[in-house]
Write a protein that binds this ligand. Structure first.
Ligand code: URA
Length: 237
């Protein structure tokens, strides 16, 4: 069960320390956490915190051996129908990020903070629309994200948007408090430890490209941040 029992405090960060099991493969890890998350999702439905829909899961895409992890918010309609993160319109976001950062596609494991579509009932019967994430959903999914980080042991992690930033800050140790928002720390290179002992990887929080559509200023900033990612990736990969 993913409950507050699994959490201990470090500075201002709540660090999730789950059972930290060893997994034979990334697929085994995903199967394990999918079953766990399904049962916690059912509890949230019962408490009427989330609608009684799904969960429609999309797990991370990659072999689990990649040096860079990209963490988005949650899969959308296209991702659910293809069973992979960042396809359809979001695929263009991904292509642009790869070109600007110089990171190779085969060096990137792509995942989401919440691994199921944040769905609510759509206007027409039998259809669904996207909804904002609820705080308990970020909390329950952080242990799954931590398990991916422990398994993959990346050198660099890029988060897109506030949900991904909140998800990762909840499950690692850094000098950055959980309350920090993307507007304050986008583009910063942050040293991250998984267990508090030593540097495990570098984290660069980025704006979520989907939020930049109507804001030219933020788009310029996002592109500048990707130049920082490129320099960082060139020096550590
Ligand atoms: N598609 C994803 O898989 N994640 C996002 O955050 C956006 C689109």
């Amino acid at each position: 069960m993913l409950t507050a029992k699994n959490q201990s405090e470090n500075k201002e960060n709540k660090v999730i320390q789950g059972s930290e099991q060893l997994f034979k493969s990334i697929d085994a890890l995903n199967d394990h956490y999918m079953a766990l998350t399904r049962s916690v999702h059912a509890e949230l439905v019962e408490k009427k915190i989330v609608p009684d829909i799904g969960p429609f899961f999309v797990t991370g895409d990659g072999t689990g051996k990649e040096p860079v992890i990209l963490v988005g918010e949650a899969p959308g309609k296209d991702e659910v129908s293809e069973g992979r993160p960042f396809v359809g319109a979001a695929g263009k976001i991904l292509d642009d990020l790869l070109v600007r950062s110089g990171i190779r596609r085969d060096g990137l494991y792509i995942t989401n903070t919440v691994k199921y579509r944040l769905a609510r009932a759509g206007k027409r019967e039998g259809t669904y629309a996207n909804r904002p994430v609820k705080r308990p959903e970020i909390e329950i999914c952080s242990e799954w994200l931590r398990a991916e980080l422990l398994y993959i042991k990346p050198k660099l992690v890029l988060t897109l948007g506030n949900t991904a930033l909140q998800g990762i800050l909840r499950c690692v140790k850094t000098d950055v408090p959980v309350s920090e928002s993307i507007g304050d720390i986008h583009g910063r290179i942050i040293e991250v430890s998984l267990n508090g002992a030593s540097l495990d990887f570098l984290l660069i929080p980025l704006y979520h490209p989907a939020s930049l559509i109507y804001n030219r200023q933020l788009k310029v900033q996002y592109e500048l941040d990707l130049e920082e990612v490129k320099k960082c990736a060139q020096s550590i990969l």
